[in-house]
Design a binder for this molecule. Structure first.
Ligand code: SAM
Length: 215
């Protein structure tokens, strides 16, 4: 079910949802992606939520296809409605993808996947989701492809801000298997999946962009 703490219905009946955080983080995330994504190919967005990131960014990546995916049907409907609302012809029909279910259903894409995006996902899922995601991204991406994470991270096992620690506690109250991940643990798994050491970009509100390039 759609989590009403993150997602608000935007208008009556047509399925478009709004997540207030996307209005704040979409421009900073776009600026990082602009500087790091390969020049072409399909951008595979995991856990697209409302679809607002796709609606905002896809029109700025005209040379790419943008494939929104999520676990929840309601989110896929929202992403489709947003794509139509902004008239972005390079947004592909959103598809159901559970990052834990391998292999990912990526048949009939119009171009190779050159980037995998996971924005605000790995802390809101069991640690196995993060592990599976990295391994599957490593399988799907060719050398030079990008795996991008956005969200809060611990560094060397420690929170970097009191607000992240509180957020971590609130996540664990909702589900003991959720939680803010340790950047070094993520990087270790990525190394084993043939990714280079990450590039880190500090983002507003104590979040990070973490960019892994496939070797
Ligand atoms: C906090 S929301 C983030 C949504 C969006 N990326 C954003 O930043 O606004 C987390 C999203 O992860 C999705 N999700 C949770 N577990 C998932 C899984 N195993 N596979 C795919 N998506 C998942 C949820 O349905 C939800 O849309």
């Amino acid at each position: 079910m759609t989590d009403k703490r993150f997602f608000e219905p935007l208008d009556q009946g047509n399925g478009r949802l709004h997540a207030p955080a996307t209005s704040r983080n979409r421009q900073p995330i776009y600026e990082v992606l602009r500087d790091h994504l390969p020049q072409h190919g399909t951008i595979l967005e995991l856990a697209c939520g409302t679809g607002e990131h796709a609606a905002f960014m896809a029109p700025k990546f005209k040379a790419h296809h943008w494939q929104p995916t999520d676990l929840e049907r309601e989110h896929l409907v929202s992403a489709l409605t947003w794509a139509k609302y902004v008239g972005a012809s390079n947004i592909l029909t959103p598809r159901k993808l559970d990052v834990m279910q391998v292999p990912w259903p990526l048949d009939n894409l119009p171009s190779d996947v050159t980037a995998v995006l996971a924005i605000n996902l790995i802390h809101i899922a069991p640690v196995e989701a993060m592990q599976t995601l990295i391994r599957e991204a490593g399988r799907v991406l060719a050398p030079g492809g990008i795996l991008y994470f956005y969200g809060p991270f611990k560094r060397d096992g420690e929170h970097t801000a009191a607000s992240n620690e509180l957020f971590d506690q609130s996540l664990k109250l909702r589900n003991p298997r959720w939680g803010v991940r340790n950047l070094e643990s993520v990087a270790d798994i990525a190394l084993r999946a043939q990714f280079a050491d990450p590039e880190i970009v500090e983002m507003p509100a104590n979040n990070l962009s973490v960019i892994f390039r496939k070797l």
